[in-house]
Design a binder for this molecule. Structure first.
Ligand SMILES: [Zn+2]
Length: 415
């Protein structure tokens, strides 16, 4: 299936060799401008080993397709200031959806990776699946109607989803299937757009790699602490998938000898002590056992209303019990992370997800735990960072996923 940036070129496999070559060159320029921003003709000529007049001809063609814009003059490097060319941010759009266990976000992004719609965020219990999808489709339809772009202006849909997802087929092994149909084919049928689904932790890693703290780093682990704990790994500059795309189930490593029973059936998994779900359970249990905390007031005595965000707010208000909960989570995370540092020797570990908004309260206790469990020389190599992209990281990661896959498909087709 083909859905190219260069669709206007009316590609078929029967194009002559010269056509194919020209389209390959145009495709390179479009990808380069998309990834690197405004660039001059001489720079492109140098990069591609093509003559300046050839580049000029390609740029004129791409401007004719409305994919590239002339952006005025850049800085002079001696002599005349060169004209800069950039991708037309509003030539095409990407639909991005971030499905969490309890929260769904969606937005439409342009080719400068900026949201052109309001980002819709709402709470829903993903386990109640048919209703969840009706709601997603309703809200997405409204969003698309309000933008009133034609469907062929959209390049594709990117979806970040928790659970096991087969990297190659997009098949999901979470509860999210509609009448046994894969989510991917359901979206493709409904919107007639290429749809790509990625595991949330790997989408997060991609977001950090393209837009966040993992930019220009080769070996980074991105830990996603939401209801569960997942991990996206960047190894030698590439997102590591494992054999089937299931790598990074960090939440189920054992950190407590004979600890609490986990949803996976084993005891003492990291998720039982450091995930969002664990934090909520520990908060409720502590309060019932008589711990004093502002949490009680914050939820007007209704302990079922304690969410991760409530605990984080209490932490930032200096509540000793909430801080103790986060410190304990940080301690066990540090114990788990120590193992990762010994195995991967990464340059950075990025902590993201809802629990990461506790910022230094969490990071400080992770550091203390690392002091205890990590070989000093290895620890010195690894920076522990809280994600700066916060709640947007997976939406941005899903946009990057769509663009990467489309560029890959384009290259395969033109090869
Ligand atoms: Zn487990």
């Amino acid at each position: 299936m083909l859905n190219l940036l260069l669709k206007n070129a009316d590609l078929t496999k029967n194009n002559s060799n010269t056509d194919q070559k020209r389209i390959r060159q145009q495709s390179f320029i479009v990808e380069y401008l998309y990834r690197n921003g405004p660039t001059s003709n001489p720079e492109l000529a140098k990069l591609t080993n093509m003559s300046s007049p050839t580049i000029n001809k390609l740029l004129v063609e791409l401007m004719g397709m409305n994919l590239v814009l002339e952006l005025g003059f850049g800085d002079s490097i001696g002599g005349r200031r060169p004209n800069l060319y950039g991708i037309n941010p509003n030539a095409k759009y990407i639909i991005s959806i971030d499905i969490d266990c309890r929260m769904i976000k969606m937005g439409v992004f342009n080719l400068q990776n900026e949201a052109v719609s309001d980002v819709v965020t709402y709470f829903d219990n993903v386990k109640n699946k048919s209703k969840v999808f009706d709601e997603i489709f309703n809200r997405l339809d409204t969003m698309l109607r309000e933008l009133s772009l034609s469907l062929d202006q959209y390049l594709g849909v990117g979806i970040s989803l928790p659970g096991l997802i087969e990297a190659k087929t997009g098949e999901t092994f979470s509860d999210l299937k509609i009448d046994e149909q894969s989510l991917e084919s359901f979206f493709m049928q409904r919107y007639k757009l290429p749809t790509f689904i990625g595991n949330d932790s790997r989408v997060m890693a991609l977001g950090e790699q393209v837009f966040g703290a993992a930019k220009n780093k080769e070996n980074v682990l991105c830990i996603n602490i939401c209801d569960g704990i997942g991990m996206g790994m960047i190894v030698n500059g590439k997102i590591y998938e494992g054999k089937s795309g299931y790598a990074g189930e960090l939440g189920h490593i054992n950190v407590v000898e004979d600890g609490l029973l986990c949803t996976c059936g084993k005891k003492g998994c990291l998720e039982t002590v450091a995930s969002g779900t664990a934090l909520i359970e520990h908060a409720q249990k502590g309060i019932l056992e008589g711990k004093q905390s502002v949490l009680v007031e914050m939820v007007a005595n209704n302990l079922d209303d304690i969410h991760v965000s409530t605990i984080i707010d209490a932490v930032h208000n200096g509540d000793a019990f909430a801080i103790e909960l986060i410190s304990q989570a940080g301690y066990y995370l540090g114990k788990g992370i120590a193992g990762l540092i010994h195995i991967f020797n990464p340059e950075a570990i990025i902590i993201g997800g809802k629990v990461a908004s506790a910022k230094h309260f969490l990071l400080d206790s992770i550091q203390q735990s690392l002091n205890k469990y990590t070989i000093y020389r290895l620890k010195q190599d690894t920076e522990i960072i809280a994600s700066e992209l916060g709640g947007k990281v997976k939406l941005l990661g899903a946009v990057a996923m769509v663009m990467n896959r489309l560029f890959e498909q384009e290259k395969e087709f033109l090869a």
